[in-house]
Design a protein around this ligand. Structure first.
Ligand code: CTP
Length: 408
């Protein structure tokens, strides 16, 4: 089942490291190529020889091996391994390693590798109940989720300390199942596909220092770009002004106005399979852009009149010039939401529309969203509150299923 898949298993210092032996064995049995990386503390629980025997590969513990007889490329081993892998699993992940990853610390081979890694990383925390429930650990885990790490939640039960509570590493079968689901139904499904994502607001200039804008931060679009790229797609991200980091392996083009966004989207439209329009494009733009800053003296009286004109509706244009692409639009409605969204879907000739809710934990600036996805065929997927990254993956699940049905 996992033939040809390259998996790094990172082991950190916890008693459940013994369970990871079964995980490595199970992954090998399914045909995966497994390489194990351990922290020094992990070797206190299980020896590298055990993992080396089970994986059939050398086990790396130290950044700087005692002997350099293996050659001179040792200093970049963490980079080479990072490029090699399709997936990294860290099991067990201690509170200490979780904290380090959440803060970008690379003070041993395993954590340095995580910093260099391009593939998705699955983390299976394991620790005593109080360490797990500690607010700092909880915040670190939350941070990891926001960064896009996948977490296999620990289970409740009797712990090594004798205490009873949550913190026990998930059972090996469950971890293996999680890895399989991820590798088979998720990660590789967009390989060979080209996806264009738009994100953020557009700014429509009034004069050299003022503009009309909106509260969009770009988080939803950036999450969609990140998830698409992780799942193997070639991603072009056309972004309005935001302060977000470009996701790994994503080609980013920055624009400011709706006109610039229109031009860039149209430039790439013919070569892509999917367009996800998550940007909040301004609907109106000032008719006249003043060349110099408007001074108060220029305005007579207390009121100023600004004449606005409709911008080009990018999605509508794409819908009218479709050549088999899958089009995903977004809608933000405050009343008759489903009906209005359905209407928008039809008018713009979309395949899917993602209906956003505005409120606590959803909409502009939040890391979470509550959305309903409606398809052209009338299917309605109502989703609970989840991170924008998870929403992005739900959208991609639906897009991917449509791509598999042979619609380009
Ligand atoms: N959109 C676009 N070009 C525009 C305006 C919006 O491509 N000039 C896209 C957005 O990126 C989004 C979708 O259209 O995916 C819906 O945008 P929205 O502003 O909610 O809808 P409108 O069609 O502009 O209608 P209204 O504002 O009346 O709800």
């Amino acid at each position: 089942m996992l033939e040809g898949k390259k998996i790094i298993v990172g082991v950190t210092g916890g008693i459940s490291a013994y369970k990871t032996c079964y995980v490595v064995r199970g992954l090998k049995k399914l045909g995966a190529d497994v390489k194990v990386v351990m922290t020094r503390s992990a070797t206190e629980f299980v020896t590298p020889l055990t993992f080396s025997t089970l994986s059939g590969n050398e086990v790396i513990v130290d950044m700087f091996p005692k002997t350099t007889s293996e050659g001179t490329n040792i200093g970049t081993r963490h980079i080479e391994l990072a490029l090699w892998a399709d997936l990294m699993l860290i099991a067990p992940a201690t509170a200490n390693t979780i904290a380090k990853i959440a803060h970008g610390i690379g003070d041993n081979f395993l954590t340095s590798l995580v910093l260099a890694i391009r593939c998705p990383v699955i983390i299976a925390p394991a620790m005593d109940v109080d360490m797990y429930l500690n607010e700092i650990t909880q915040r670190n885990i939350k941070k990891l989720k926001e960064y896009g790490f996948l977490i296999i939640e620990p289970e409740e039960g009797e712990l090594a300390s004798g205490l009873v509570g949550v913190g026990r590493m998930a059972e090996p079968e469950k971890i293996i199942e999680f890895v399989c689901d991820f590798l088979l139904g998720f990660k590789f499904d967009l390989k060979g596909k080209k996806i264009l994502v738009t994100a953020g607001p557009t700014y429509e200039p009034i004069d050299p220092v003022r503009f009309i804008g909106n509260w969009s931060t770009g988080k939803m679009g950036f999450a969609a770009a990140k998830a698409s790229s992780q799942r193997g797609a070639d991603v072009i991200l056309i972004s309005g002004p935001t302060s977000l980091e470009t996701p790994k392996n994503v080609k980013r083009i920055d624009v400011i106005t709706s006109d610039e966004m229109f031009n860039e989207v149209v430039r790439f439209y013919d070569e892509v399979d999917v367009v996800i329009m998550a940007s909040a494009v301004a609907d109106y733009s000032p008719v006249q852009k003043f060349e110099r800053k408007l001074k108060k003296e220029d305005i007579k009286g207390d009121f100023v009149e600004l004449k606005l004109k409709k911008t080009k509706d990018i999605l509508k244009y794409l819908g009218e010039h479709k050549k088999g692409q899958i089009l995903v639009g977004f809608a933000l409605e405050t009343e008759n939401a489903i009906e209005n969204a359905k209407q928008k879907l039809e008018q713009k000739n979309l395949d899917f529309i993602v209906l956003n809710t505005l409120g606590e934990g959803s909409g502009f600036g939040y890391d979470t969203n509550i959305v309903t996805i409606i398809s052209k065929n009338g299917e309605i997927f109502e989703l609970p509150k989840m991170s924008k990254y998870e929403v992005a993956n739900k959208i991609l699940d639906i897009v991917s299923a449509k791509l598999k049905n042979g619609k380009k």
